[in-house]
Design a protein around this ligand. Structure first.
Ligand SMILES: Nc1ncnc2c1ncn2[C@@H]1O[C@H](COP(=O)(O)OP(=O)(O)OP(=O)(O)O)[C@@H](O)[C@H]1O
Length: 290
């Protein structure tokens, strides 16, 4: 089984510190990397793919420095970049076969893996169509397929569900759960429900630092007794919005309810509710999800 060890990794862009002394150990399973825009998620993922060299520190794969491993490391790796670009004149099938050959697969295996993966991302019926005519979500699914061509032990996916419709996203979570059983999968996302259902562990990144890491359940347990549903009048709503972080406002039978984070009940009519990941995000990052 493959492990990745991130040892005191920092990344500076000029004098700007994008990552600060990151320490991480990753093994089998699905890890969800969560953080607001600019937190350093892409920077960390690019360092883990050896596309970006850290300013300080190093990344080890089963004890070996990934940079020194070179092609040996790339053989273990599948990567979906955030800005996955495709060649518009390739067909889906042609593109995947081409990437497979670049990854060193022989012609027969390239063809077999391409067919298998087109099926996995449900694009078999569109395999002869040119990528230039694909929708954003379809293109993203081609991107997921290309990351899997070499059956990688380490799969790094930068916002894999961006652009997928809800049905495809739900299907993709199932695929992720399956993939995480026997490999290391690290994904970044802004879609909290993806993390809740697909990740074994959530890693919280803020301003280049890891501020939490645990299972979604354990992270949510920290918020027990801190999330409240409160029926409010318009005046109370304005007052409470200033006093407590608010993760949601809803209306039921003509009554407005605020969902508030607070150590103590914000009003006498407040009812304690079970925390969800949006509450967690607000708790850690101090704002509602972008
Ligand atoms: N090449 C670069 N030169 C200078 N600054 C950079 C460079 N790449 C990233 N940064 C800065 O480093 C910080 C982290 O960027 P990064 O792309 O890793 O964040 P992110 O968490 O992936 O954000 P998003 O959710 O928006 O994709 C940001 O403030 C960004 O502006």
């Amino acid at each position: 089984m493959v492990t990745l060890q991130v040892e005191r990794v920092s990344k500076l862009y000029g004098s700007f510190v994008a990552l600060k002394e990151i320490e991480l150990e990753l093994g089998r399973g699905v890890y969800g990397l969560l953080g607001p825009n600019g937190a350093g998620k892409t920077t960390l993922m690019r360092i883990l793919t050896d596309l970006l060299i850290p300013s300080r520190g190093r990344v080890l794969c089963n004890g070996r420095d990934i940079h020194a491993m070179g092609a040996d490391y790339r053989d273990l790796l599948g990567y979906l970049p955030q800005d996955f670009g495709v060649y518009p004149n390739f067909t889906a099938e042609g593109f995947l076969c081409y990437i497979a050959r670049l990854k060193g697969l022989d012609r027969e295996t390239a063809r077999r893996k391409t067919a298998e993966l087109l099926d996995l991302v449900r694009l078999s019926d569109r395999r002869k169509r040119r990528l230039g005519g694909f929708s954003g979500g379809e293109r993203q699914r081609v991107g997921i397929a290309q990351a899997l061509l070499n059956d990688p032990q380490i799969l790094i996916l930068d916002e894999p569900t961006a652009g997928l419709d809800p049905q495809e996203r739900i299907r993709f979570r199932g695929v992720l759960n399956q993939l995480g059983r026997d490999r290391l999968v690290l994904l970044s996302t802004h879609i909290l429900s993806d993390v809740e259902s697909a990740a074994d562990q959530v890693i919280l990144l803020r301003r280049g630092e890891i501020i939490g890491r645990d299972s979604p359940d354990a992270l949510l347990r920290q918020l027990e007794g801190k999330v409240w549903s409160v029926p409010v009048t318009p005046q109370e709503q304005a007052e409470l919005a200033v006093r407590c972080p608010c993760s949601n406002v809803s209306r039921l039978n003509g009554v407005t309810y605020m969902r508030l984070l607070s150590d103590a009940p914000p009003t006498v009519r407040a009812r304690s509710v079970t925390a969800n990941l949006e509450d967690l995000y607000l708790w850690y990052f101090g704002q509602t999800t972008p």
